[in-house]
Ligand binder design. Structure first.
Ligand SMILES: [Zn+2]
Ligand SMILES: [Zn+2]
Length: 454
């Protein structure tokens, strides 16, 4: 018998953590953190006490309390006893936080599988940020004692991997981050397809069609499919990446001064959109140190074919004036420009400026400038995102910069999702990563931590 237990991702956006189990084999699909669940108990500086490992997470039901899943050091201050691994592997669909954030707690002997690009992106993110996604030789031993490295392996699209009596085949999909996959899981007596996060209106819709076709041929007993946008209001149109590019071009052409471009850091399709726009308009694309590190890390990835930030003449790297730089930043400093350069040359630049770096505008004093906000609009139900939007508008008003909302979602529209379901025709339908289960046709009623027989 094959069963499925959802430890997250049910009636919430993200936090996907799905256990597929047979008599002999236990495999997790994704191991992320919910965007909203943590917010029920924590805000700003009220945070789980990481010094106590998983204690606070277990007490508040934020992590599954399963034996044989976690590192010894994470369990020392909890009432779950450490035991040898009872899980064979974790398969990661893509590098977003809501699919990967809890990997760092895993027992080092649990094998972790992810795409090569996902691994590179996570490694760059943990070098340049505060999160640890997995332990390897580059991660300083910041936690209690010596942490044994995780066992991270990489896969390619279409190449099956055998784990016990299961065979798992990753198939690439298009999403707002490169290196995204869905999975086909073949057990002894059941077949499960899982979409990961996907869309059909990005730069590579062919990858999502590949997944749909392979899933259709697979004739799955169950399809686990994301539904982030099925309940979105009709007002929110399904804009494409091409639309963002064309509309952004109009903004760039119509702006005499600097153009600010704000996007999600891992959205490299959007980076490419702004890069090509900069090239076409004869402007320089000014990127952050973090983006420079990420692009340099992905330099060898031929399929992505991203520009080398240290050599490409269309790119400049911006370094903020700091009292102290991290060592990865120091290595890039000789290639950077500063606020004086921006003040002088900003009229011929598209500047990818992060919300947390808006203070740089004080040193640059842009004139006749504009801002392309290339991220989600603030969510009505989320006061923090409303507040952030208000603050952004205050900054832009202060410098007389018009705000242009131009974004294409990383997630499929309702029509795209239903199109996939119509083609795959699963026996059982399991909507995840959504608040809109009710919008789906006949589907399995799921409960968090409830076992479903497939
Ligand atoms: Zn997600
Ligand atoms: Zn995602």
């Amino acid at each position: 018998m094959t069963s499925l237990t959802m430890f997250g991702g049910v009636n919430e956006i993200g936090g996907n953590k799905f256990l597929v189990e047979s008599e002999k084999t236990r495999v997790f699909l994704d191991f992320g953190q919910s965007f909203s669940l943590l917010d029920d108990y924590f805000v700003d500086w009220l945070k789980p006490r990481d010094r106590f490992g998983l204690r606070d997470y277990f007490a508040l039901g934020l992590m599954p309390k399963l034996p044989g899943l976690y590192r010894k050091s994470e369990l020392e201050d909890t009432n779950l006893k450490y035991s040898e691994p009872e899980c064979d592997a974790v398969f990661i669909s893509h590098p977003h936080f809501d699919h990967t954030a809890h990997l760092c707690y895993l027992h080092p002997e649990v094998q972790i599988f992810m795409g090569e690009t996902t691994k590179t992106i996570l490694k760059s993110a943990q070098t340049t940020g505060k999160s640890i996604f997995f332990y390897d030789e580059d991660v300083p031993k910041v936690k209690k004692g010596e942490e044994e490295p995780n066992d991270v392996k990489t896969f390619r699209t279409g190449k099956s991997i055998s784990i016990g009596d299961m065979e798992i085949t990753p198939i690439h999909v298009d999403h707002s981050v490169p290196g995204a996959y869905g999975f086909l899981v073949e057990g002894k007596d059941a077949r499960i397809a899982y979409s990961g996060d996907l869309r059909s209106h990005g730069n590579k819709p062919g990858m999502t069609s590949d997944f749909t076709q392979k899933a259709e041929e697979f004739e799955p007993d169950a399809l686990i499919i994301e539904g982030t946008r099925v309940s979105a209001s009709e007002k929110r149109k399904n804009y494409t990446e091409l639309y963002v590019k064309e509309e952004s071009e109009k903004v760039v052409d119509g702006t005499k001064g600097l153009v600010l471009a704000m996007r999600y850091p891992k959205d490299l399709d959007r980076f490419r959109t702004f890069y090509e726009l900069a090239k076409k308009s004869g402007r320089k694309l000014v990127i952050s140190l973090k983006t420079a590190h990420l692009l340099s890390s992905l330099k060898g990835d031929e399929a992505l074919a991203l520009p080398d930030p240290l050599k490409d003449e269309n790119i400049k790297i911006y370094a903020r004036e700091m009292l102290k730089y991290q060592s990865w930043e120091s290595k890039l400093l000789e290639h950077t420009v500063d606020s004086d350069w921006m003040a002088e040359n900003g009229n011929n630049a598209i500047w990818e400026l992060d919300f947390l770096q808006l203070t740089e505008l004080i040193d640059v004093q842009p004139k006749l400038a504009a801002c392309i906000h290339s991220m989600s609009e603030p969510f009505e139900e989320d006061p923090m995102s409303q507040l952030q939007d208000e603050v952004l508008h205050n900054w832009l008003d202060r410098f007389g910069m018009p705000h242009h909302q131009l974004h294409a979602s990383g997630h499929a529209s309702k029509e795209e999702i239903f199109g996939i379901i119509d083609r795959v025709k699963p026996k059982k339908l399991l909507p995840v990563h959504t608040h809109g289960c009710a919008f789906f046709p006949t589907h399995v009623e799921m409960k968090k931590e409830g076992k479903i027989e497939i």
